[in-house]
Ligand binder design. Structure first.
Ligand SMILES: [Zn+2]
Ligand SMILES: [Zn+2]
Length: 397
């Protein structure tokens, strides 16, 4: 069963040129579940490799504008597409019902059923082979986090043991694999434990939404495969983080460390940050930290098949044609270097990554501008990020 999370919006409070505000698409097998729905989410989906699916469930962490303003437009689009049969359930904390009462006059009549469902921290949604556990966060308003927790899977089927016991190769093996005993033709009863290994753990994925660092998050995220924690600020802005009940990259990393998770993904970045500086700050405490960009995804394999993996552009559509890219490629600034030596170092580094950078004397201020084709800007930022040089190497987006 495939499980991944597509980052559709990773910015805090407002969209920036490079990041849209909060939205994530969880894909598990054939399921498509949306978490938060900020302004522009339907367009982010349309621009992604996923497209805009006829979502049946949307999960809101809280009702701040930067997490739900995309709902009215999306609900209207579903109506315009002629959706009638398929109901839509919107889960969220207390206040979701009232939100839809207030939106009614703007939405008009919707041809499909809309069910708002209010959840309190601690509520559990049982969903077959997994469940959603909601948990309390610290954000000063009604807000919940969500943990997807898969059930344990039966252990591996031991073919040799089954052969030795004389279990025929047929439906009996399927029954045993499903956890039920079988009776053989000679009357012997074979129980599943005789042919199955120890149960294998399921996966756990935790989304905090907006929150200050909190012991309830540590508890909910304990031993998660992936913790997606907000990191609105860096440690320099810790005071702002306290005032606004948000977290810094350092604090998110401390939560991840205490919770002993496998991977930490930082999101909900204040538009003042590019990303790599927050990644460096967090990695000093918790090395397995990533800061996804919009349209990146994180794949979560079963534990025995490896660790969670950031897939750059994993939710992006196939690349546009090279002709289009070349036509688009004006030169843009990637970094500022103090002197020629430093500028050439950056140029070499980018050349290693297959990017032709140019050095330009900065018109104003100090130093030299390093310029790359706009189409290669993301790749260039990745290359510089990989080197983990000091923060000031990355130009403001
Ligand atoms: Zn927010
Ligand atoms: Zn908020």
């Amino acid at each position: 069963m495939d499980l991944d999370l597509v980052f559709l919006g990773t910015s805090a409070s407002m969209p920036s040129a490079r990041r849209a505000p909060a939205a994530f698409l969880l894909r598990r097998g054939g399921e498509r579940l949306l978490f938060d729905c900020a302004e522009g989410t339907q367009r982010q989906l349309q621009r992604s490799a996923v497209g805009l699916p006829d979502l049946e469930e949307i999960f809101l962490t809280h009702l701040h504008a930067d997490h739900m303003l995309g709902l009215p437009g999306m609900l209207k689009t579903f109506a315009l597409r002629g959706r009638e049969e398929l109901a839509l359930t919107v889960y969220g904390p207390k206040g979701v019902r009232e939100l839809f009462t207030k939106l009614r006059p703007f939405l008009g009549r919707l041809p499909y059923a809309l069910h708002p469902v209010e959840l309190a921290p601690g509520d559990v949604l049982e969903r077959g082979d997994y469940r959603f556990e909601t948990f309390r966060v610290e954000h000063g308003v009604a807000a919940i986090g969500y943990a997807l927790v898969e059930r344990e899977r039966p252990g591996r089927f031991d073919v040799e043991a089954a052969d030795a016991l004389g279990v025929p190769a047929g439906p009996e093996r399927g029954t045993l694999q499903g956890g039920e005993p079988v009776t053989l033709v000679d009357g012997r009863v074979i129980t599943p434990d005789a042919v199955l290994g120890t149960p294998r753990p399921g996966r756990k994925l935790v989304l905090t939404g907006d929150t200050a660092p909190s012991p309830t998050v540590v508890q909910a995220a304990y031993r998660a495969d992936l913790l997606v924690h907000e990191s609105t600020f860096s440690e320099e802005e810790k005071e702002r983080a306290r005032e606004t009940l948000h977290a810094t990259a350092t604090e998110a990393a401390q939560v991840a460390q205490l919770a002993d998770v496998r991977m930490l993904a930082l999101t909900h970045l204040s538009p003042r940050y590019a990303g790599p500086e927050l990644a460096r700050e967090a990695r000093a405490i918790f090395p397995e930290t990533v800061v996804p960009r919009d349209f990146d995804s994180i794949e979560i394999p079963y534990p025995e098949r490896g660790a969670p993996r950031l897939v750059k552009g994993g939710g992006a559509p196939a690349r546009e044609s090279p002709y289009h890219q070349a036509a688009m490629s004006r030169m843009v600034q990637i970094a500022t270097a103090g002197d020629v030596t430093e500028a050439e170092q950056i140029q070499d580094l980018l050349r290693d990554a297959g990017i032709d950078a140019e050095i330009e004397t900065a018109v104003a201020e100090d130093g030299l501008n390093v310029m790359v084709p706009e189409a290669a800007l993301e790749a260039a930022q990745d290359a510089i990020e990989a080197l983990s040089e000091p923060d000031d190497l990355i130009a403001e987006p």
